[in-house]
Design a protein around this ligand. Sequence first.
Ligand SMILES: [Zn+2]
Length: 466
Amino acid sequence: MSYIQYLKNQGRDPNLATLSLYLRLCGQRVVDCGEERVLELYHQLLRKVKVLDANLSESVILALTSTSQWKLALKHLTNIRRMCNINAKVYSAIVTAAFRNGDYNTGWHYLETMCQEEKIPGDSAFLEWVTQCEKAEDVEEKQSMMETLLDKLIHYEIFPKVPVIESIANLFSKGLGWSYLYVKIPKSGRCPACNQQLHQLDISEAEFKELQSEYVPRVLHGSDIFRSSSPEEWHKFQEFLEERGPFSVVVDGLNASYLAGKKPLRQRSVMLKQVVEKLCSRARNGRVLVIGRKHMRKWSEVDFNAVKKMADIYTLDNLTKDDGFFIYAALQSGQGTKIVSSDMLRDHLYRLGDGPLRETFRRWQRQHQVLAVPSVAGVQLIEPASFSTTAQNQGTTDWHIPYDDGSPRASYQLPKTWLCTQANPHSSSRDTHSVIWESTVQSVPFTEADNEKSLVGPSLPSITVL
Ligand SMILES: [Zn+2]
């Protein structure tokens, strides 16, 4: 800032880059700089340039959103959108400003927009919402506002970070008078603090039938599959399933082979063979279907034949996007059929739209997706959790909210850390022998890079699970 003063003393105007940076800094420290200074710089910048580029627009948005004139930022948002993607930092600044200024509809609108674009809202947006909850007049309103936030966490499968979960815990405790503990939920899905069983991921017969019948028109017709594969291929595949099905496990062959990373092609076929071996050794009477591509046959005839002995293989044309085919095969095989893939299938979820079908698909996926991950011994299969891993309540007096404690985890791993909060004191029902509950959060520090990550991790995991 003294550099700007220096330029002023010299009677010189700062150049655009300097002005842009200065504006950004003033926005971050509006308490020191004062709102008038930020707005004055903003107008100075507008006088200098007619059309702001993406970088200048970003500086302007980050600065304006710290002032009462935050709505001026919205037109610059439209401007950036014309040039490039809007990043999470910019979206979060808008959401935070909207919440702070009481324009909740606009705030939620942009929060939903960014989530649909698979960008994670920054902590500031959630923290500001909790501050708004605290300001609410009565307890019912506080609770209802908090539930609005929890609904979004559920819908977009967001795991709040430590500062956010602490502020949520604080609101439940000070605002609503509830009791809370931080817990690690074991595989059984039973909370060690209150002994409650987390929701099972059951899907009713009717829901499954709807998923079976709606998957093709909603997901496959809207995807590349029907553009890149011929109708004959689709019919041939359906005939194959009728003849050879049902299967107990369907493997996305190409995805499983990619676990080998950039190693030679031979390694890819070894990886696929290991996945199928593991599946067969675990369920001796199970019927495994591997969906692959024609070119995979060339990788290694020996391995390919070995897989063929253990499983049915269906190879699609090389150009076919086979992710839809393997899900279709699993759905047609019935409720119990599992899928093996490390893809999070987010594009499928989005193609299902915003209704209950998407929720059903997510539950089905969580219940049936076996993850294959590389390990020291070659490959490891991770069975799906038996309980729902999003925030949940069983009545109006309890919530279990999963949060991200900052421990390193791959994109396919879910955090094990939860906040257990309830209207009644915990002490009466707590399992006193358990050591996996705490009254303070145990956090692992986040790095800057974590904040920039998008919702979608790498589709092929690179972390080795021991
Ligand atoms: Zn609990």
